[in-house]
Each structure stands twice: as C-alpha cells, then as structure tokens.
Design a protein around this ligand. Sequence first.
Ligand SMILES: Cc1cc2nc3c(=O)[nH]c(=O)nc-3n(C[C@H](O)[C@H](O)[C@H](O)COP(=O)(O)OP(=O)(O)OC[C@H]3O[C@@H](n4cnc5c(N)ncnc54)[C@H](O)[C@@H]3O)c2cc1C
Length: 494
Amino acid sequence: MPAPWPLTPITAEERAAYADAEPRPYWLAALPAREPSPPLRGEVEADLCIVGGGFTGLWAALHAKADDPGREVVLLEAETIGFGASGRNGGFAIGSLTHGLENGIARFGKEIELLERLGRENLAGYVADIERLGIDCDLELTGELTPSVAAYQDDWAAETAELYGRFGYDVEVFPDAAAMRAEVDSPIYRSGAWVKDAGGVLDPAKLAIGLADAARRAGVHIYEGTPALSIGDAGAPPRGAGAGAGSGRHAADPPVAVRTPAGAVIARRVVLGTSAYPSPLRSIRHYVAPVYDYALMSEPLTSEQKRSIGWERRQGIGDGGNQFHYYRLSADDRILWGGFDAVYRRGGPVGPELDDHDATFGRLAQNFRVTFPQLEGVRFTHRWGGAIDTCSRFSVFFGTALGGRVAYAAGYTGLGVVSTRFGARVALDLVDGRDTEATRSRYVRRKPVPFPPEPLRSAVIQLTRNRMAAADRRDGKRGMWLGLLDRLGLGFDS
Ligand SMILES: Cc1cc2nc3c(=O)[nH]c(=O)nc-3n(C[C@H](O)[C@H](O)[C@H](O)COP(=O)(O)OP(=O)(O)OC[C@H]3O[C@@H](n4cnc5c(N)ncnc54)[C@H](O)[C@@H]3O)c2cc1C
C-alpha cells in the first residue's frame, strides 16, 4: 500500500483554508513589537566578529562571552535577529547531531558513539542554558513521534525501538493502528514509535530573541540591518583589542576586515553562521544547496477539536515517508503543519519573494485534511517558507579560511534548532585553535561531498526528489538512482 497522499488537483475548499493566511512566519509575526538594533556605521574593532544573527551566530556570541567575558564581540545580522531559518522553522528541538541514528551510523559509523554522547551533552546543555538565561520559549520536552502511514513503513516502529533502545533511548512502540490512534487519532496511521527523550518542541523566534537579549546583557554588540559584504585581510593588528584569552594564542596575527555597507569590523577572528544564504566565503557554496521548505499554521483548535485528535502528550510528529510532513502543537494549540515538498530552484536563489509558494501550500492543506479529516473547516492563519542549508551528509560541517582566522558552521539540513549550539561551539574552538575531542573528530574535520555545479546540480536534485516521491508511491522501493546514492553514501534531505 503506497503513501495515502491524493496528488489530485487542489479543490477550491482546500485552497480557501489558507488563502487568507498572512504570508509571514507565524513565530516572527507573534513576537511583541521590538525596535531592532541600529545598523553599523563607521569602523569598529573587535576580538571576534560573528556574521549571522540566527542560532549559530547567537550561540557563538554567548559561548565566546562565557569563555572570556572580557572579549570584545560584535555580531552582524543582515536583516533582523531570527530572520533566517532560526525564526521560521518547525521548532522541533531534537538532540541528534547526525540527522538521526540511521544516518549517523551510515555516514559516521565509527564515531557514532562519540557523536551520540556529544549530542546528548549538547541537548542537556541547551535545556540548562535556556533555563539559566531565563528564556521563555515554550520548550516542551515531549520527544519525537513517527507514525507509519504506508505499509512499507510498518516495520520501522520495531526497528526504531531496537536501534534507539540499543543506544539507551526510551522508546514506546504503538504496534498497530488502534494503539497508534489511541495516542494521536488519524485514520491513515498504521503503527508508530515515540522516542521520548529525543528532545521536544519550542517557539524558535522567542528563543532567538531571548538568546540575543542574553548576548546583549553579556556585552555583545549587535548590529541589525548590517550585511557583511566581504571578508579579507585588514593589514596591521588592531590597537587595543585583543586583551582577552580567546585571542591570545594568535594575538600577533593580522586582523580580518568584515566590510559592511556603511562601515567595517576589524577583528582578530571571525565566525560565520550564514546558513543557506550566499556566504561571503564562496567556497562554502559548493557544499550547500538552499532548499525551500514550507509550512502552514492553523488557528488555535477548540477544546472539542483538540479532543477529536487526542495528542495529549504533545509530541513533535514526522511521518515515516521519504517526502514527510512534520507537525506539532503550539503553546496555544495551533497545529504547525509543514514539509512534504522541498523546493530547489536552479542557481539556489534565496529571498523573501520565494517565501510564498501556492502549489506547496495547496498540497499541504490537502494532506492535512487527509491526515485529520475530523478537523475539516479549520483554517490556517499563517503560511511561509524558508531556506534550508542542505548538504549531502545531512548534518553540520565546518571549515576555516584566511589561515584559520575565520571559521564557519553550515549544512544543518533541516535539523539545526539544537545542533546549532554545538556547531557554534565547534566553530569557535576552531577559530580559537582549541583542541577538543570534537575538533579532532572526522565528523568535524571532513567535509561533505560537494554538489555539482549548475546546471547539473538542479538536474541531480530534481531527479532525486522525483525518485523519492516515486518511492513513496511504490511501496518504498527506492529504485536504481536512490540505490546508487545510498551505496555512495550520498543523499538529499530537508
Ligand atoms: C521551514 C524550516 C523548517 C525547519 N524546521 C526545523 C525543525 O523543526 N527543527 C530543526 O532542528 N531544524 C529545523 N530547520 C532548520 C533550522 O531552522 C536551521 O538549521 C537553523 O535555524 C540554522 O541556524 P543558523 O543560525 O545557522 O542559520 P539562520 O537562522 O538562517 O541564520 C543565518 C542568518 O545570517 C544572516 N545573514 C546571511 N548572510 C549574511 C551576511 N552576509 N551578513 C550578515 N548576516 C547575514 C541571515 O539574515 C540570517 O538571519 C528548519 C528550517 C526551515 C527553513
């Protein structure tokens, strides 16, 4: 039995469900109004310049100040804090550093024990930091639930229990449709597995703003509306800056100039957290394909509607398909419903004009009704999209440039809400020349296989997307192309 998605034309009723939705990420729209920090004007000196005001940049700023409160840290954000993926994601806060255990074992086999331990330590540190910094971001540690929605996914629940159980996770299996539907009620569910301690869900925009506030309190200078245009040698070391321990090891190195439209940061070290956006370092672009992912947010459910689906334990849900939906409840019982289509456009453009995509919203609205027919009539209040920094290994990778004075972390591939805290730590350790078990690992030292240049890149990604959709229609049979990629350890995900 194939996946249950109709793939029939979108009806007027289905379109009406989202037609009036505000075309803006719900999380950002729901934030209280705030005045952004003014843009950078003129030249400033710093020990560390961070580019990007998403989770990677914000955690890097907080780690840097925790390492050395005296370090001068400047953060540049092209738009506003949380404008990128960090303010528009599903809010699934999952601890894995490897995009799940299966992918981790397949790609990093020998290091999986280390990466699992580092991932758990990172998740524990993440929860503790949110608490310590007093950030109210509606974090609920409810785990991750994967229902089977097609016969070929049925074995997955038992396999998950075995695999995750072996690594010490607490897994509950719903062995059949009745058990699964008693947990969350959808007529398409056949069985499922709930990894209870995988992480949870949160409000990502509240987290981004909370991290930025904490960074400001720690003395980080944040400039919003300030794109970094170029990064290069600045010449002589900056005067005065650099007393902090973090910069001591290479205190005599020439500084780096990060040029902006109306000024520059002259810094000893630079950390880049620019994700799917065109990086000021062109070399990153070989490894990252910006893939658009779309989501709808429903109006709050009434208590009767909520009762009709159960979902008392409020897990984050992702169905078991190659083309999968992810969905979760918000604090006020809306349903965020996203995924399924992942859209790559030739040349990899990123920009607000790509945030609205009617074809995908139509498909999402249609599949929502198939999943929860009892919620017929529920409308969506927000619709949006965002660029995912997809790389061929599905997990963050790292690199340095300008003789080690610049480091970056990118390529989280749709699972960066928690792992950005780890990515930021590693990027900072690389740029500070710290030797840790993480910086020594192959996971950190190795890069993913690069994507081919255009026009081959879009052709290969499109072919892979088509084959994945076909596999869902054909009882999961992956066929020659996906089989070849599997054997080469390559892939495409969002
Ligand atoms: C629709 C969607 C759903 C997702 N769902 C989930 C999920 O449920 N769980 C999960 O774990 N992950 C999810 N992700 C992925 C997750 O959001 C990202 O991995 C994570 O937010 C990446 O953080 P970041 O700081 O590296 O990048 P971003 O948040 O994208 O931040 C990069 C920032 O850099 C700025 N910038 C770019 N270029 C420059 C420049 N030259 N100068 C200055 N600033 C610049 C951008 O404006 C942006 O604010 C999702 C992503 C999307 C798009």
